[in-house]
Structure formats: structure tokens, C-alpha cells
Design a binder for this molecule. Sequence first.
Ligand code: 5GP
Length: 214
Amino acid sequence: MNNRGSLIVVSGFSGAGKGTLMKNLVERSSRYALSVSMTTREPRPGEVDGVSYFFVSQEEFDRTAQEDGFLEHASYVGHSYGTPKAWVLEQMKKGRDVILEIDAQGARQIKRIMPDAVLIFVVTPNAECLLNRLKGRGTEHRDVIARRIRQAATEAEEIAGYDYLLVNDDLEQCTDDLEDIIRASHFDPHHNTELVENLKKELHEILQRSGDFL
Ligand code: 5GP
């Protein structure tokens, strides 16, 4: 089997608890590596450069894009976001499963260039629950909450393009389910193309020699 790690894309509604889910996952094992994206947006209070994001100028972002430094990149509400290519590929080569927490545009680009990437969409059990969670944060104004719900309605249209849907009701259960999906991804034939190609080649070689012993 292929020892390379999998590429796991996680998208989902703002308020569905993706951040907590990711934190819970990486705490379970060092085999999971959470990619840190580059962005041109300003840091929010509490965000740390190099941990939440690499906060860069538009010039630096554009230069990285020109130098083919991104696996994918996209614009989101007026800002640029991109996944650093070298780091992700290096971690996968080391056998770590790399998690990208990116939007649907990015997810589509990833699937195009890496068909064995696994796309997962995280939702709340129902819309009421999403509303309550957004309200419960206590930090958001009514118009911000309305914008997030509107955005969730748009994003819900993208769900069919994903490989898996995860309902984040109970955090531990949801993390278990996520680990199951990641583990199963190692058995995808597209993740093991080298093994499949070798098997085919060896079978043909045996057939060519078959006169000797079959
Ligand atoms: P925020 O600014 O709230 O942290 O993120 C805004 C959106 O950008 C979220 O949907 C987030 O998942 C997405 N995002 C973060 N990093 C990347 C990235 O590297 N590429 C893409 N395509 N989207 C990203």
C-alpha cells in the first residue's frame, strides 16, 4: 500500500464547529497535519501569524502565486487565500494526512489536480442549531449573523460536489467519523495507483512467461 498521507479538504458552514473539530483531530494523533494558509486579510484579535494564517501583503501573495507556490488559491470577500504547496506535499510524502480547511472554490481546484483528495463538508444537524450557535458566540451582531446564514444557504448548494457529509452534533462522535473517513481514504484505488500499475505490469509479465510454467 501507498505510504503517502492523504489530502483531506474540510469545508463547512461558519458556526458548524470546524475549528474545534480540527483542533480535536490533531490532538488525537501527530499523523494529522493541519495546513496553514496564506492570506491578505488583516489578523483578527487573537490570531497568530504562522498559526492561524501566514498574513502577507498582496505583493507577496501575488509573487508566491507567480512562482507556483500554491496548490490552490482563491478570492473570498475581497481577500486572497492560498494553500502553500511545498509544505503540504512534503508532509504527505512523510506519510502525514494533511487537512486543508478551505472554501468550495479551493475544494474544486484541489479535486481537479488531485483526484484522490477527499472532500468533506461539515454541517450542523439543522439550520436552527446553526442559528443558535452563531447567536451563542455572543460576539456577532445581528447583521453579521444574517450574513452568515445567507452564506450558509449559498454554500449548501455546493454540498453535492463533496465526497462526504459530516454532521457535527456531538464533537467526539464527529471526530471519530472524520478519522474513519481519513482511514478509509488510504484504501482508495486512486490513492494506490503505483500498486495497481505494478500489479498490472507483473500480471502481464507472468502471462508473457506463461509458456514456461502455466
Ligand atoms: P476566514 O477569513 O473567515 O478565516 O476564512 C474565510 C474563508 O476562506 C473560509 O471559508 C476558509 O475556509 C477559506 N480559506 C481559508 N484558507 C483558504 C485557502 O488557503 N484557500 C481557499 N480556497 N480558501 C481558504
